[in-house]
Design a protein around this ligand. Structure first.
Ligand code: ADP
Ligand code: MG
Length: 455
C-alpha cells in the first residue's frame, strides 16, 4: 500500500511516460487523463475519448501497469473509461509549460524519421561519459567515423535503462550528420522479427530482405529479442553475412553478453563476438549527477544542486528512473511555481527510491543465503574450501556488497574474519560468472526474492 494520493500516483506515471515518448505523442495521448478511483487493486483511469482509450489500451497499457505497480505494489488491474471532458487534469501544467523552441523541435514526432526510426534527441554530444560507459562511447565514436572498418560488428551490452539505445541512435545521428548520403536503418529487434514474420506471411520477404541489405549501416537494438523463430534467425544470419562481406557496418545491442544469449544460434553468436564488444555498467555517483545536469538543460525550470545531488545519491541503477525522478520534480516545481525543499523531494521520490533501492540488512542476507543452501551459519563462516560452501560464501559476499553497499573489509570481518581481498575476489567472480550463466543469475534472483519478501 502506498499513501500517495491518486493525483500523486498518476503524476508519477506521467513523468515516466514523458521520458519514453516524444513531447507530441505524450501530449496527444495523456492530456486530460487522470486516476478517478483506486480500490482493491483496481485502478480506473479516465481518458477524454474513445480513440485515446483504444490507443492507450493497445500501446501503453503494459507500461502504465508496470509503472503503477512500481509505485503501488497492490495494483492488479487497470480499467479505462471515457470520462467527462470537463474534468480538469490532475496536473494540467505538465501539459502547458512553456518549453524552449529548440526542445520542441528536438522531441517532436516529425523528428522520428519513419525511414530510419531514429529520434534526433539522442546524440553522442549529449551522452555523458563516465567510467561505466567510456569504452562503449569511445568505440561508438570510432565506429561513426570509420564505418565498416574499425569495429565490425560493434556489439554493446548492458542492463535496462543504462543508455544502449541512446548510444546506438547517437551513432546513427552522427553518421547522418557527417555523411548524409549513407543509408542507415535502425530496428528494435522486436520490430525486425515482426517485419520478417509479416514478410514470410505475405510473401514479401524478398522486399524486406532487400530493404535491409541495401543499407550502409544496419543497427539492431535489443537482439536478445531475436530469439524465438529459427527462420527469422536464418534470415538475420544471411543479412548479417551479406552486409558484413561488403564491409557494411553492423551495430547491435543486447541486455547481456553475446555468449549469454541462450536462445541464439551458436553461429550467430560467434558472428556477434567477431568484432568489438563493449559493455555499459551502472554509473557512479558523479556520472549520475552529470547526467541529471545534462538533462536539466532542456527543462523549463532550474533545480538547485542540492536536489540533483539527492536524486543522484538515491537512484542508482537505472538512468531512465533517474530521469523519471527528475521529471517528476520538475513537473511539481512547474506546477506550484515554488522551489521544493529537500523534504518535499524526499516525499515525492519515496516510491522511486523504495522501488529501485530496497532496504535490507546484512543479517537478513546472511541468514537467507544459509537457508537457501541448507547450511548453518558456522558452515558459512568456516575457512573450508569445499565447493558446496565456497559458492554460498561468495554469493553472500556479493549480495552484501550489492545490496547493503557495505565496504569490502566490513564484509570480510562479518563473514568470519576474511581478508578484504578475498571478498573483492569473490564479488568479482560472481559478477563475471553471472554474466554468462543464466542459472546462477536465477539463483541470485531467487535468493533476493526471499530476502525482500521477508522484510
Ligand atoms: P537502454 O536502451 O540501455 O535501456 P536508454 O538508452 O533508453 O537505455 O536510456 C534511458 C534514458 O537514460 C534515456 O533517456 C537516455 O537518454 C538516458 N541516458 C542513459 N545514459 C545516459 C548518458 N550517459 N548520458 C545521458 N543520458 C543517458
Ligand atoms: Mg533500449
Amino acid at each position: 500500500m502506498t499513501n500517495l494520493t491518486n493525483e500523486e500516483i498518476w503524476r508519477g506515471v506521467l513523468s515516466e511516460m514523458e521520458v519514453s515518448l516524444s513531447r507530441a505523442s505524450f501530449v496527444t495521448w495523456f492530456k486530460d487523463t487522470k486516476i478517478i478511483s483506486k480500490e482493491n487493486g483496481q485502478i480506473v483511469i479516465s481518458v477524454p475519448n474513445g480513440f485515446v482509450k483504444e490507443w492507450i489500451q493497445n500501446k501503453f497499457n503494459k507500461q502504465i501497469f508496470q509503472q503503477l505497480k512500481q509505485i503501488d505494489n497492490d495494483v492488479r488491474e487497470i480499467n479505462y473509461v471515457v470520462g467527462n471532458p470537463f474534468i480538469k487534469n490532475a496536473d494540467p501544467k505538465i501539459f502547458t509549460k512553456e518549453i524552449p523552441l529548440e526542445q520542441i523541435q528536438e522531441t517532436s514526432d516529425t523528428d522520428i524519421d519513419p525511414k530510419t526510426n531514429l529520434n534526433r534527441k539522442y546524440t553522442l554530444d549529449n551522452f555523458v561519459v563516465g567510467a561505466n560507459n567510456e569504452l562503449a562511447y569511445a568505440a561508438s565514436m570510432a565506429v561513426a567515423k570509420n564505418l565498416g572498418k574499425t569495429y565490425n560488428p560493434f556489439f554493446i551490452y548492458g542492463g535496462v535503462g543504462l543508455g544502449k539505445t541512446h548510444l546506438l541512435q547517437g551513432i546513427a545521428n552522427k553518421i547522418m550528420k557527417d555523411n548524409p548520403d549513407k543509408r542507415i536503418i535502425y530496428l528494435p529487434a522486436e520490430k525486425m522479427v515482426s517485419e520478417l514474420i509479416e514478410g514470410l506471411k505475405n510473401k514479401t520477404i524478398e522486399d524486406v530482405k532487400m530493404r535491409y541489405v541495401q543499407k550502409d549501416v544496419l543497427i539492431v537494438d535489443d537482439v536478445q529479442f531475436l530469439a524465438a523463430k529459427e527462420t527469422t534467425q536464418e534470415i538475420f544470419f544471411a543479412t548479417f553475412n551479406n552486409l558484413y562481406n561488403r564491409n557494411k557496418q553492423i551495430i547491435l545491442s543486447s541486455d547481456r553478453a553475446p555468449k549469454a544469449l541462450s536462445a541464439i544460434e551458436e553461429r550467430l553468436k560467434s558472428r556477434f563476438e567477431g568484432g568489438m564488444i563493449a559493455d555499459i555498467g551502472i554509473p557512479a555517483y558523479e556520472t549520475r549527477l552529470a547526467i541529471l545536469k545534462m538533462k536539466m538543460k532542456s527543462k523549463p525550470v532550474v533545480l538547485p544542486d542540492e536536489i540533483l545531488e539527492y536524486i543522484a545519491v538515491n537512484i542508482q541503477k537505472n538512468i531512465r528512473e533517474l530521469e523519471g525522478a527528475l521529471n517528476r520534480i520538475v513537473a511539481v516545481v512547474d506546477l506550484t511555481g515554488r522551489e521544493p525543499t529537500l523534504k518535499d523531494v524526499e516525499k515525492l521520490l519515496k516510491a522511486y527510491i523504495q522501488a529501485s533501492y530496497r532496504k535490507t540488512s546484512a543479517q537478513t542476507i546472511i541468514k537467507t543465503v544459509c537457508d537457501f543452501y541448507g547450511i548453518t551459519l558456522s558452515d558459512l563462516l568456516k575457512k573450508s574450501r569445499k565447493t558446496f560452501l565456497v559458492r554460498p560464501r561468495q554469493i553472500a559476499m556479493y549480495l552484501l556488497r550489492e545490496d547493503t553497499k557495505a565496504s569490502f573489509p566490513d564484509i570480510g570481518s562479518r563473514l568470519g574474519g576474511k581478508d578484504h581481498s578475498t571478498v573483492i575476489h569473490a564479488y568479482r567472480k560472481i559478477i563475471e560468472e553471472a554474466d554468462g550463466n543464466e542459472s546462477l543469475k536465477q539463483e541470485i534472483n531467487l535468493i533476493r526474492e526471499r530476502i525482500y519478501n521477508k522484510a
